[in-house]
Design a protein around this ligand. Structure first.
Ligand SMILES: CC(=O)N[C@@H](CCCN)C(=O)O
Ligand SMILES: NC(=O)OP(=O)(O)O
Length: 332
């Protein structure tokens, strides 16, 4: 394994192997496994979990991390090809990435969707350009349409909680004051399909995930024996669910058009997960979210503070699975 960019790049058995390694490293720590290794982390967007969990993961294996957050003690960076750099950015990623890679044994990059051109974001043009600049093992720490570390941690969390592999997984759209990227919903729907689950994407009209994302998840379901469908019917979707996974995302129909998007959201404030969403679910139904989350906009306090919420465990498991990813990238 030389790159960890998307769960779809790995067959189901290889993902399970990675999860097995994560569980072993959790049970039997190997504090010297990556001694002397240096991990470079480049954050073009903010983070709490990804930043802290990658630093903790490499340190718990004996290595160390260099964190670069452009504009905060590091030069602001230009990412556009052909830019005339007479603005705020002092250097281009074309130099910055190879320089950082030259100091490090592996690199992690976070670069969100631009949010203007759906086709360009779906094609991962930004992240691919960055990946081409990097000649070291590379981890995707969230790109335009993929957040594989989150997906892997969520799979591990469901395994730990003994959520049935054939269980019903509802990815529900949730409210947010602005349009958020498609990375988490895209990776989540794929992960649950690859795990073999009955996946239902519950979303209001206007928020259907792009065909490309749904089709990719359907291919994963075909290989695993799972299924993927979508609906705007909340009661049908939640009936018998084993997991409600809430996520906010922008309307693909109005991609980059904030005004149209805001109008669409005006009537969607009841897309905030409450206790009564669990009335007809499986009795052990869990609530999942990748965080950060806006309380009482996307999910009510009563759910986040209640026994169904596993959001802290998901966040903890980021560190656990990333130890396995780093181990495979740096030791094979
Ligand atoms: C609030 C926000 O920008 N969320 C980002 C990050 C989520 C987890 N890394 C998103 O929805 O993609
Ligand atoms: N879930 C997640 O990736 O969180 P951060 O954006 O804080 O890293």
């Amino acid at each position: 394994m030389n790159r960890f960019l998307d769960l779809a790049d790995f067959p189901r058995e290889q993902v399970k192997d990675l999860l097995g390694l994560a569980a072993r490293l959790q049970q039997h720590p190997q504090p010297q496994a990556l001694a002397g290794k240096v991990l470079g982390l480049l954050f073009l967007n903010p983070s709490l979990r990804t930043l802290a969990s990658f630093q903790s993961a490499i340190m718990r294996l004996g290595g160390t991390a260099v964190v670069i957050t452009p504009g905060q003690g590091t030069w602001q960076m230009e990412t556009r090809s052909g830019a005339i750099m007479n603005g705020a950015a002092a250097e281009h990623v074309r130099e910055a990435v190879p320089v950082l890679a030259s100091y490090c044994d592996a690199i992690g990059i976070r670069m969100f969707a631009e949010g203007r051109n759906l086709a360009a974001d779906l094609a991962e043009t930004g992240f691919k350009m960055m990946a081409d600049l990097c000649d070291k093992p590379l981890v995707n720490m969230e790109s335009a349409v993929s957040h594989p570390c989150q997906a892997l941690a969520d799979w591990h969390t469901m395994d730990e909680l003994r959520v049935p592999e054939r269980g019903k997984f509802v990815l529900s759209w949730a409210n947010h004051p602005r349009a958020l990227p498609l990375a988490v919903p895209s990776s989540t729907v794929h992960m649950a399909a690859q795990r073999g689950m009955e996946v239902v994407v519950l979303r209001p009209d206007g928020f259907a995930l792009p065909d490309q994302i749904m089709e990719k998840a359907r291919q994963a379901a075909k290989a695993s024996g799972g299924s993927v469908r979508e609906t705007n019917d909340r009661s049908e979707a939640l009936d018998g669910a084993h997991v409600i996974y809430a996520k906010e995302w922008g309307s693909p129909q109005h991609y980059g058009d904030n005004e149209a998007e805001t109008r669409l959201r005006e009537y969607l404030s009841d897309w905030c997960v409450k206790d009564n969403w669990f009335r007809t679910t499986d009795p052990n139904c869990h609530f999942m979210h990748c965080l950060p989350v806006r309380r009482n906009v996307a999910v009510a306090d009563e759910v986040l503070d209640g026994p169904r919420s596993v959001v802290i465990r998901e966040a903890f498991n980021r560190m656990v699975v990333q130890m396995a990813v780093l181990y495979r990238l740096l030791r094979g």
